[in-house]
Design a protein around this ligand. Sequence first.
Ligand code: NDP
Length: 309
Amino acid sequence: MTNILFAAGPSRWESWAPPLRAALDRAGLDHTLSREMAPELVDYIVYAPDSELQDFTPFTRCKAVLNIWAGVEAIVGNPTLTPPLARMVGGGLTEGMVEYVLGHALRHHLGMDAHIVNPGHRWHWAPPPLASERRVTVLGLGALGAEVARKLADVGFRVTGWSRRPKQIAGVHTLNGADGLDKALRGAEILVLLLPDTPATGNILNKEALALLAEGAFVINPGRGPLIDDDALLAALDSGQVAHATLDVFRQEPLPQDHPFWGHPRVTVTPHVASETRATKGAEVIAENILRGDAGQPLLHLVDRAAGY
Ligand code: NDP
């Protein structure tokens, strides 16, 4: 019998329990799945950082903590967490993120706002460039960033991607390292942030980085709030260096009502909806990892605790 504790925020139990049970049954796993369990009996914890569970010390036989979110910044530094930590890859996250970024990139690329809200019925004839004339940079080429970069390239954009380690992605010019970051930012007309929140990525989009972008660039951030120096971005919006920022994630969520991003004419705020793990698909990923753990095979999607993602 494999004992699985579900310790994500309370609202998730109803949507996750049935598909998780079904996926575990399909995997042929004799299991107990519950929101309450004596800690010393727990084999796996299905987790999200919005859980009340923050002290992992009593879970003495836990083989792994399986995060149902992609981002792990709120748990990766927890000193009581000694078992392996896996994060969510798949589970519908990639498709959702591709759709979000493509939608917002095309909105800016095509200048859709001018036509959707046009109270003066202005006949301003200004055809947009083709995607092949538009330089897009994606910072972060992981599970999400790599697929986003690939799909942007499929549309025809001139895509540059940047990651910590060297990568090869068909149709994408890839760079890495500090020198690579400067090159990736220089002249970018649309910038997409898909980096994790780690000590190495904080404020990566600061005043100096913003100055490297093409004048009138668009910034799309579905990564994490701390990637951006908010004051530097506001200054760049005011000067016209950045024409518009579409922001899904913030240092504080929900974004406080008095934050200048709300109501800024050149900022679009979306409420952390870029992509969400779909329970039915995510349950398959969790079940597969539990099956692997029980069979003594290496777990998928393990977090590098030292790197922080
Ligand atoms: P991955 O861990 O798969 O990818 C992270 C990427 O960032 C990798 O390419 C990695 O490089 C790169 N990276 C990390 N640190 C550095 C660094 N210091 N310098 C350069 N590159 C770096 O994550 P995912 O693609 O799955 O997710 C990315 C982020 O998206 C998540 O951490 C989360 O914050 C956010 N997210 C947001 C959602 C939303 O709804 N808004 C939903 C889901 C995720 P390398 O490849 O070399 O390791």
